[in-house]
Design a protein around this ligand. Sequence first.
Ligand code: FES
Ligand code: FES
Length: 133
Amino acid sequence: MAYNKKILDHYENPQNVGVLEDGPNVGTGMVGAPACGDVMKLQIQVDENGKIVKARFKAFGCGSAIASASYAASMLEGMQVSEAKKISNTVIANELGLPPVKLHCSMLAQDAIEAALEDLKNKKIINNSLEEE
Ligand code: FES
Ligand code: FES
């Protein structure tokens, strides 16, 4: 099976691997793929204007999951949160040329982005209510 060059690049030299220190402006998404048990953790840090300044991931999974997370994280940096919501797994899968059996790996990346954004949203609500007291 011939994987395209982009996926191999992201697999061999994953970008944005790491962990961000938790804080009010850091959203963390941790998701698992029921199909295979792989796990992905994605963290995004936003500035006061809702721009994503940093994205980091850890993936305990297959090469396609690592490549998907790497590609997603590198794409996220510099984006507005509102744009990040629109990243779908099909964009990731098409860009990396994932074969059909590996589509759920890119789904993991989409789920991780959604979970990280959700966390951020929840935190903001918590922080705002704390500030009002
Ligand atoms: Fe996920 Fe093999 S099933 S790495
Ligand atoms: Fe399960 Fe790739 S095989 S995430």
